[in-house]
Design a protein around this ligand. Structure first.
Ligand code: FAD
Length: 388
C-alpha cells in the first residue's frame, strides 16, 4: 500500500504529526507496534497526564544545540496545545510550577487525539512493527503486516525508557542506517543510587521526603526529594539526574530556607544537643543517621564555632556521590538521541536524506520534569506535520 506519509509510532509526537499532515490533505498511516495508541500518555503524570507547562522556553530542555527547539516550540506553543484541550472540553488544573494536569484521566487526552486523527482521515495500524526500511525513490517499509510505501517517513518511535511498555531502539537504528549521527542516549529523569556506604547509613529512611535545593555543576533545582531503599528520588533528584554524569557529586541544600549558622548562634550557649536542635528543622530519623555518620551529637555549648560552621556547611551542601541511576527501566525519558545538527529545526527533516523526519523523544532534545517532554512531542510533531 502506498501512502504520502507513514509515521513510525503512535505516541504523542507521531499522533500530533499525523493529525497535522492529515489536515493538509495527505494520505497518512501511523504504524504502532503496541496493541493500542498512546501507551505512555496513559501512564503519564500518575494517570493524569501532565500534558504541558504554562511556561515553556528552550532553557527547559537539554540538547547539544540549545537553540534547536526554539522554532518548533514557538510555532506550536503550550498555548496552542492548551487551546486544543479546551476545545475538547477537557478539565485541567495547575499542580505546581506551571504544570498542567487533567482533572480526570490521561485517557481524555488519548480520546482527544483519536478524535482529531479520525477527523483528519488518519489511518492507524496497531500490533504492527516496522522491521526494515529501504529508500529508493520512495521509502519501502517491511513490517510484520507486509510491505508499505511512502514519500515521507517520520520516525516517532521514542527513546529507550520503560522497555516494559514497548520502547525500542528502532529510531536510532534507522538514523544509523542512513548515516546520521547520534548523541549517545542515556537514562534521564531517573532515580539515583546510593554507594554501599551511604545505603548502609540512609537506606532505611525510605519514604522520607524533604524540600531541598539540589545542585550539579552549574544547574540547581528546588523541589522535593525522596529517600528510597536504593537511593534518592523525587522531583528534585529526577531533574538533576538529567545533568548528572557518573563519578560526579551532587550537592544538596537540606535547609534551603534557613541560615543554619545564624540559627546556631541563637543556641550557642544552651545545653541542648545538636541532634535535638537539628530535628526541629529536619526529620528526626534523618538527623540521627546524619549525626551518626558525620558529627556525633553533643550539647551545643560544647561545640566549637569552627565545628558549627562546618556542620552548617555540610547540611547546606550535603555531598552525595551516586554510583549510578536506576537505568532505562525507571527513567521517564531518554536524553541524547538523533543529533540535531542532522535535522532542520523548522521541519525536523534530515538535511541529508529528503523525506526522512525525526520527532519527539528520539531526537536529542530532552525536557525537564513538568510537562516539557510532551510539549516537545506536540511541537516537533506539529512542525513535521506542516512539512511532510
Ligand atoms: C512513567 C512516565 C510518565 C511520564 N509522564 C510525563 C508527563 O506527565 N509529562 C511529560 O511531559 N512527559 C512525561 N513522560 C515523558 C513522555 O511520556 C515522553 O517524553 C513522550 O511520550 C515521548 O513521546 P514520543 O511520541 O516521542 O514517544 P513515545 O510516547 O515513546 O511513543 C513511541 C511509540 O513508538 C512505538 N514504536 C517503537 N518502535 C516501533 C517500531 N519499530 N514500529 C512501530 N512502532 C514502534 C512505541 O510502541 C511507542 O508507542 C513520562 C514518561 C514516563 C515513562
Amino acid at each position: 500500500m502506498k501512502y504520502d506519509v507513514i509515521i513510525a509510532g503512535a505516541g504523542a509526537a507521531g499522533i500530533m504529526c499525523a493529525i497535522e499532515a492529515g489536515k493538509r490533505g495527505r494520505k497518512v498511516l501511523i504504524i504502532e507496534r503496541a496493541e493500542k495508541i498512546g501507551k505512555k500518555i496513559l501512564i503519564s503524570g500518575g494517570g493524569r497526564c501532565n500534558f504541558t507547562n504554562k511556561k515553556v522556553t528552550s532553557k527547559n530542555y537539554l540538547s547539544a544545540n540549545e537553540h534547536f527547539s526554539k522554532s518548533a516550540l514557538a510555532r506550536f506553543s503550550q498555548n496552542d496545545f492548551i487551546a486544543l484541550v479546551e476545545k475538547h472540553g477537557i478539565a485541567y488544573h495547575e499542580k505546581t510550577l506551571g504544570q498542567l494536569f487533567c482533572d480526570g484521566s490521561s485517557r481524555e487526552i488519548i480520546s482527544m487525539l483519536a478524535v482529531e486523527c479520525a477527523n483528519a482521515g488518519v489511518e492507524i495500524k496497531v500490533n504492527c512493527s516496522i522491521e526494515e526500511v529501504k529508500k529508493e525513490t520512495s521509502f519501502l517499509l517491511q513490517t510484520t503486516a507486509g510491505e508499505f510505501e511512502c514519500d515521507s517517513f517520520v520516525i516517532a518511535s521514542g527513546g529507550l525508557s520503560i522497555p516494559k511498555i514497548g520502547a525500542t531502539n528502532f529510531g536510532y537504528k534507522v538514523a544509523d542506517q542512513f548515516g546520521l549521527s547520534i548523541v549517545t542516549p542515556y537514562p534521564a529523569l531517573v532515580p539515583l543510587l546510593w554507594s554501599d556506604k551511604d545505603r548502609s547509613v540512609y537506606g532505611d529512611l525510605s519514604g522520607i521526603a524533604l524540600p531541598v535545593t539540589v545542585t550539579c555543576g552549574k544547574v540547581s533545582f528546588s523541589e522535593s526529594m525522596l529517600f528510597t531503599h536504593k537511593g534518592l528520588s523525587g522531583p528534585a533528584i529526577l531533574q538533576i539526574s538529567s545533568y548528572w554524569k557518573e563519578g560526579e557529586a551532587i550537592s544538596i541544600d537540606l535547609l534551603q530556607h534557613i541560615d543554619l549558622e545564624k540559627m546556631f548562634l541563637k543556641y550557642r550557649t544552651v545545653r541542648s544537643e545538636l541532634g535535638y536542635i537539628l530535628s526541629r528543622q529536619l526529620p528526626k530519623n534523618f538527623v540521627q543517621k546524619w549525626c551518626g555518620a558525620n558529627y556525633p551529637s553533643k550539647p551545643m555549648n560544647q561545640i566549637s564555632d569552627k565545628d558549627l560552621r562546618k556542620i552548617s556547611e555540610m547540611l547546606h551542601k550535603w555531598k552525595v556521590v551516586p554510583t549510578g541511576t536506576e537505568g532505562f527501566e525507571k527513567a521517564e525519558v531518554t536524553a541524547g538521541g538523533v543529533d540535531t545538527k542532522e535535522l532542520s529545526s523548522k521541519t525536523m527533516e534530515a538535511t541529508k536524506i529528503g523525506g526522512l523526519f525525526f520527532i519527539g523523544e528520539v531526537v536529542d532534545v530532552t525536557g525537564w520534569l513538568g510537562g516539557y517532554n510532551f510539549q516537545w512531542a506536540w511541537s516537533s510533531g506539529w512542525a513535521a506535520g506542516q512539512a511532510v
